[in-house]
Design a protein around this ligand. Sequence first.
Ligand code: MG
Ligand code: MG
Length: 281
Amino acid sequence: MASGRITLKNDADVAGIREAAAVVERALATAASLIEPGVDTLRLDQAAEEIIRDAGGRPAFKGYRMGGDTSPFPGSLCISVNDVVVHGFPSEEPLREGDIVSVDCGVELGGYFGDFAYTFAVGEIAPETQELLDATRDSLYEGISQAYAGNRVGDIGHAVQTYCEARGYGIVRDLVGHGVGKNLHEPPNVPNIGRKGVGKKLKAGLTICIEPMINGGTGDVTVDGDGWTVRTADGAPSAHFEHMVLVQRGQPEILSSYDKIEAALATVRGDTPVSADTVAL
Ligand code: MG
Ligand code: MG
């Protein structure tokens, strides 16, 4: 997937990546505002594509070729419902109460790429499914906490793996995170499993996508006849959270953001926004 050499980014590169990521954030926030029982996922895809194009960007997944005989990816979003792990096609099938839906978005803007993902609940979901979502998301931050200069790629995977295995979840090993920047996929690969102190050394200026794909059952997956749709082999649900991270000396910086996504979700839920002058007790 990611061949060639590892490139480190300068400040201008990081600014470009951040701008592309900001368009992804808006596209995902728009999808978030539309997700409810009865809506079909093609609708989410169309709304996201409009946001991306209005911002002067290009949907990076649309037309993407995996290689071999696989047809180009048809959507602007990968929309993966329930047992679909990643790379699901947007479709006319309506979402149902209790579903979970992983939405992954890629944008090219001014020669730089943004790529990140969030898994949403559709209406009320089973408590054990919510636990899977929470654990997957938490494992992403466990991985990010290890993404500092001097550490190794295996430290990231080890953090994700130990967190999820301790909770009995299956880690998808067949798909991995990756470098990102002037290409959607750059070296190094960033697996969600690993051993401490093993793998490529992380250097300041490296930009990577960390993206745990975590299953409620085993980590085994199958691919549909379309060559894209990755499903859990046992039919259990799967969650996917992805962030774009800048490796630095010390604290890594997350270049992507869930802020607008979560604001959209709060609005859908009807939460009262906390005003800026609210004093905490
Ligand atoms: Mg990615
Ligand atoms: Mg992605």
